[in-house]
Ligand binder design. Structure first.
Ligand code: G3P
Ligand code: CA
Length: 248
């Protein structure tokens, strides 16, 4: 099991500020922008395939009713995923295709369980590609994390939540989370130091703009952040520390 705790620039659903989220275009663009991690979301199609898709429904990104659970993989293959105006639409990919294309690369993967019931098959596929040590399994859904811990005593779990509460931290401790992932607004230097003293890696989410990105860097998160614009994070990390605001 990989034990180092690096700061990871996770292309969030790929470089989703520039290409349709959770598609190959967005994932490759993330690598081009020198992200050293990719975050993605796992759901199941009507006929049981694990696919990468964020929303409950396909309305926002594909303009059609229902969720991926209402379509077979064959049907999903014909559906285009859109992003901002001007983005070239792209297709949904399966988790297995993603693992085949990206799993061997020197990246860290934040694999988010988006619906209950996909935990075991997700873990098995990741084991098939022998990359469990490059993954942090995350979810907002606590029972999904409990299920993953039941399935594997060693994998790294990251609990996603909005607020830093005693309940959330106790829940994370109960299943031996490696990482806690609060919303960026819940983090400042004091909070991060406290979480580090408790033994957690800290990773932030919800970074909507460069100001939040800088706040997050300033707070001293060590596990990185999921970010739609990994190019800006790459640039910030390459600037001298005082320019980024890391020195307070
Ligand atoms: O890093 C986790 C982040 O992806 C959580 O938000 O909405 O993308 O699932 P969301
Ligand atoms: Ca996600």
């Amino acid at each position: 099991m990989r034990v180092t705790n690096m700061f990871i620039n996770y292309a969030h659903r790929g470089a989703s500020a520039y290409a349709p989220e959770n598609t190959l275009s967005a994932f490759y663009l993330g690598l081009q922008m020198r992200a050293n991690g990719i975050e993605t979301d796992v759901r199941r199609s009507k006929d049981g395939h694990l696919v990468l898709f964020h929303d409950d429904t396909m309305e926002k990104t594909a303009g059609i009713p229902g969720g991926v659970k209402d379509y077979t993989l064959k049907e999903l293959r014909h559906i285009l995923i859109y992003g901002q105006p001007g983005f070239v639409p792209d297709h949904i990919v399966t988790l297995e295709e993603f693992l085949y294309l990206f799993g061997y690369r020197d990246l860290t993967f934040a694999v988010e369980i988006k619906e209950r019931g996909v935990e075991e098959d997700t873990l098995n596929l990741i084991r098939k590609y022998k990359i469990a040590d490059k993954c942090i399994f995350t979810s907002f859904d606590y029972p999904s994390l409990v299920r993953l811990r039941e399935l594997d005593k060693e994998i790294r779990l990251g609990y996603l939540f909005k607020k830093l509460t005693a309940e959330n931290l106790q829940a994370a401790a109960d299943i031996r989370c490696f990482q806690v992932c609060p919303h960026v607004d819940a983090l400042d230097r004091e909070a991060v130091e406290r979480l580090h003293r408790m033994g957690y890696s800290v990773r932030a989410w919800g970074i909507q703009d460069e100001e939040a990105m800088k706040r997050c860097l300033d707070a001293g998160v060590d596990g990185g952040m999921t970010i739609n614009f990994p190019d800006k994070l790459t640039a910030a990390l390459e600037r001298p520390a005082e320019a980024v605001g890391l020195n307070g």
